[in-house]
Write a protein that binds this ligand. Structure first.
Ligand code: MLT
Length: 405
């Protein structure tokens, strides 16, 4: 499937042979004209130049079905047959606009080449545009331009989609273990706006914009529905996805999160932390937050996790930290939503989570019809990192029990 709409082209007298029929060279030109028109109507004729690559034709075969005469208007559609690592196979069909009769078909194979004429991997934006999946190595982030905002995404595997939404002030690597292990699922772990390697605009942060960004990312990846797993702020965003994009949510995994909005003290705390971020930077935010995010046990026995989380926070752009704090401060209360949740739901909480404690998780799970609750021993607020094996196991059990689409 590609994202190009059909275009109409008129057959010119100079394209026809002495009998009024189009010859092969003319067809190749006509189909090429239609491809450039389709690009002009879609992503722009500079698509390849923007990415410093060029699609070189390797083979093209025209199948004739009916004669075409000067003045005939042909409607040309374009379909992707295959997106490889460096090659792209397309089929174009020309039908007569007036009666829909198939006039000719072209099957064409391109190899993407770089400035030196050597085959090069198809850039992710181009692969996605042609309905393919970008080819990446494990751990490699793909940047998806959502129109005015680029998100960096770790996306791997095939199968039903699982969207993994990180918390504050973290990035996609919070889910590294689950992304590596849940092999029967198409795992999609983005850096939210303002986090990790994604764009960090100065403003525009709210639960609504985070949720809309994720819906646009699903559109971009051509995914209709996903199980949405959200940790803490990721859970607040999952609730917002239910409010704004319910049809996209096939199931819900709420990890170390809560449904209530901030109270007066918490709101004041957000403003203070914004001030710390603005005046002292992300490293100072990390110093204050790490002891609250990680459980007692992890702080004592997992120094590498402490360092990993400190590094993750210290790398978070300040506009992203400030924006997320404002978004969390102003988020709506999601408790009225809980009884309406009608997708399979799993609630997970670290036994040592002090930010969103097991009591909050229990209250949330009991308000959601048919939600399951699991407590993870020895973990705090970042259970997927602190107790990766246990969290991956409960996620796998929940996911495997879901009906496969
Ligand atoms: C998070 O982990 O996303 C945040 O700490 C949640 C919060 O501060 O409400």
């Amino acid at each position: 499937m590609s994202r190009f709409s059909p275009v109409e082209v008129t057959v010119y007298p100079y394209e026809c042979d002495a009998y009024g029929h189009m010859n092969e060279a003319a067809y190749l030109q006509l189909f090429e004209r239609a491809r450039w028109e389709a690009l002009a109507k879609g992503p722009g004729q500079d698509l390849f130049r923007r990415h410093r690559v060029w699609p070189a034709v390797r083979r093209a075969t025209v199948d004739y079905q009916l004669p075409a005469f000067p003045g005939d208007v042909l409607r040309v559609d374009l379909e992707t047959e295959k997106v490889g690592r460096t090659s792209l196979e397309l089929r174009q069909r020309a039908t007569r606009a007036r009666d829909g009769a198939l006039v000719a078909e072209l099957q064409i194979i391109f190899v993407m080449i770089d400035g030196e004429g050597k085959p090069t991997p198809i850039p992710p934006e181009i692969a996605t545009l042609f309905g393919g999946r970008p080819s990446t190595r494990p751990g490699e982030l793909v940047r998806h331009d959502l129109g005015g905002l680029t998100l960096a995404v770790d996306s791997r595997g095939d199968g039903p989609a699982l969207l993994l939404v990180h918390g504050f002030p973290l990035d996609h690597s919070l889910w590294a273990h689950q992304v590596a292990a849940l092999a029967r699922w198409r795992r999609i772990a983005p850096d939210l706006r303002g986090a990790g390697a994604s764009d960090a605009p100065d403003g525009g942060y709210s639960m609504a914009t985070y949720a809309d960004d994720l819906a646009r990312l699903l559109d971009r990846l051509q995914i209709a529905r996903a199980v949405v797993a959200g940790l803490s702020m990721g859970g607040y965003i999952a609730f917002e996805m239910l409010r704004r994009h319910r049809a996209r949510v096939a199931g819900l995994i709420l990890v170390d999160t809560r449904a209530e909005a901030d109270g007066a003290d918490a709101r004041k705390g957000r403003d203070e932390m914004m001030n710390v971020a603005r005046t002292e930077g992300a490293a100072a935010v990390a110093e204050r937050m790490v002891p609250r995010l990680l459980g007692r046990s992890s702080q004592q026995t997992q120094p590498q996790v402490v360092e990993q989380v400190r590094g993750m926070i210290a790398r978070t752009p300040v506009p992203g930290i400030v924006g997320a704090l404002a978004a969390m401060r102003d988020r709506p209360d999601s408790t009225p939503l809980l009884p309406t949740i009608d997708v399979p739901t799993l609630v997970v909480v670290g036994a040592e989570d002090e930010m969103t404690p097991p009591s909050a998780a229990r209250a949330m799970a009991s308000a959601i019809p048919a939600a399951a609750l699991t407590t993870i021993a020895g973990a705090g607020h970042l259970s997927p990192l602190e107790a990766p094996t246990a969290v991956t196991r409960v996620l796998a059990e929940f996911l495997e029990a879901l009906p496969r689409p």
